[in-house]
Every structure is written in structure tokens, then in C-alpha cells.
Design a protein around this ligand. Structure first.
Ligand code: DC
Length: 208
């Protein structure tokens, strides 16, 4: 079984994907981390973010087993990732690694922006997780404050909107729901509520 989960930044799709992976005992790939790892490799080597040859080479050298969420989750790396994510050759190199992960025997859960539309168009279940920009910015702010760091809601809201705009309007693999995706709006749901709805959608698909 392949489960494809897409949605904008801070929609809750990451937490939801991890919970579903545990529940259904499936391996999980957060494809955002693959773009973040490319950006991180360039940043740590003090290389520019707008050179497609360098970014493609970093994408080809990526080791999926070495992705470290604790390093890659930094806000600045997310911003840099959305810049390398517009490059077609970076997307192509990562697409191959992402598809190989998806096609493991036994199945997998992948989450990102274009899983249901591009990476796994034949996925058994597709979810598109959304929430209003305001609630996503509020959740991000609370997460950062909970880590004891400073966070400015207005600034984060502006970043969330800018990131949505960049992800939705890029020419290659923009963020849009697949035609056959189930929409899951988490604006008024907590993670447990979203998880229960998602489990129900997956189970209903399995019964068909
Ligand atoms: O979900 P995230 O914040 O970790 O993603 C980081 C960036 O990578 C985001 O701006 C969009 C991009 N991305 C993408 O283009 N396609 C994916 N499948 C996953 C992420």
C-alpha cells in the first residue's frame, strides 16, 4: 500500500504522516527533508543556492538513510529548500530517490507537495491536508515558543503566505491537490481528530 500525503507548510501533514506510518507499520519518507538536505549541503559548503549544476550534484549525492530531521528542521533551511525546489533538475534527481523509496515491497508513506500528482500518481490513498494560513502560522509560532525560542506571529504568518505562494505558483510540480485526493482540512481539528479521519479514509480504501 502506498499512501501519498500532500499539503502546505505547517498544515500538520508531517505529524499526521508519522502517526499513520506507525499505525500501519509502513516506512515513511518526509520528502521535504530531501529538498532541505540539498539546501543544507549547499549552505554548509558555502555554495550559492541558485546554481542548478551544484544543486543537482548535491541532489544526486543524497543519502536517504542519512536525513537528520533535528538538523534539517531549522527555519532558514526551509526557506533555502523552497528555492532549490524550483529547479527542474534537482526535482528530477530527488524524484528518482523518492520513487525508489515508494516502490519498496510492502509499501510506504510519503509526504510532501507533489506526491499524489507527480511522485506517486498511482498511490492507493491520497490525502491533501490543509488549514488556514492563520492557524498554520499560529501552530508554527506555538511550536517555536514551546522550544523556548523567540517567535513573532506576524512575521511567521507573512513567511507562511510567501512560502505558499512560491510552492503554488512554481512551474514544475506546484502544490495542488490531485484530482483523486481526499481533502483533510485541519483548521478546526487537533492532531488526534485529523489522525482518526485519515485512518478512516485509509481503511475505507482498503475495504474497496
Ligand atoms: O515541507 P517542508 O517545509 O520540509 O518543505 C521544504 C521545501 O521543499 C518547501 O518549500 C517545498 C519543497 N518541497 C517540494 O517542493 N516538494 C516536496 N515533495 C516536498 C517539499
Amino acid at each position: 500500500m502506498i499512501i501519498a500525503i500532500d499539503g502546505p507548510a505547517a498544515s500538520g501533514k508531517g505529524t499526521l504522516s508519522r502517526k499513520l506510518a506507525e499505525h500501519f507499520a509502513l516506512p515513511h519518507l518526509d520528502t521535504g527533508l530531501t529538498f532541505r538536505a540539498v539546501a543544507h549541503a549547499l549552505l554548509t559548503a558555502a555554495k550559492p543556492l541558485d546554481d542548478e549544476d551544484l544543486a543537482e550534484a548535491a541532489a544526486q549525492a543524497l543519502d536517504l538513510a542519512a536525513l537528520d530531521r533535528s538538523v534539517l528542521s531549522a527555519h532558514a533551511i526551509g526557506e533555502a529548500a523552497s528555492k532549490v525546489a524550483v529547479m527542474p533538475r534537482v526535482r528530477q534527481a530527488l524524484l528518482e530517490a523518492q520513487r525508489a523509496f515508494a516502490n519498496r515491497p510492502g509499501g510506504a508513506i510519503l509526504d510532501g507537495r507533489d506526491i499524489g500528482t507527480v511522485v506517486c500518481p498511482d498511490a492507493d490513498v491520497k490525502l491533501f491536508v490543509t488549514a488556514s494560513a492563520e492557524i498554520r502560522a499560529r501552530r508554527r509560532t506555538d511550536e517555536i515558543l514551546a522550544r523556548g525560542q523567540a517567535a513573532d506571529y506576524a512575521q511567521i504568518l507573512e513567511d507562511v503566505k510567501k512560502r505558499d505562494e512560491r510552492d503554488q505558483t512554481r512551474a514544475v510540480a506546484p502544490l495542488i491537490p490531485a484530482e483523486d485526493a481526499h481533502l483533510l482540512d485541519t483548521t478546526k481539528l487537533d492532531i488526534e481528530g485529523a489522525f482518526q479521519q485519515a485512518v478512516r479514509i485509509v481503511e475505507e480504501t482498503q475495504e474497496k
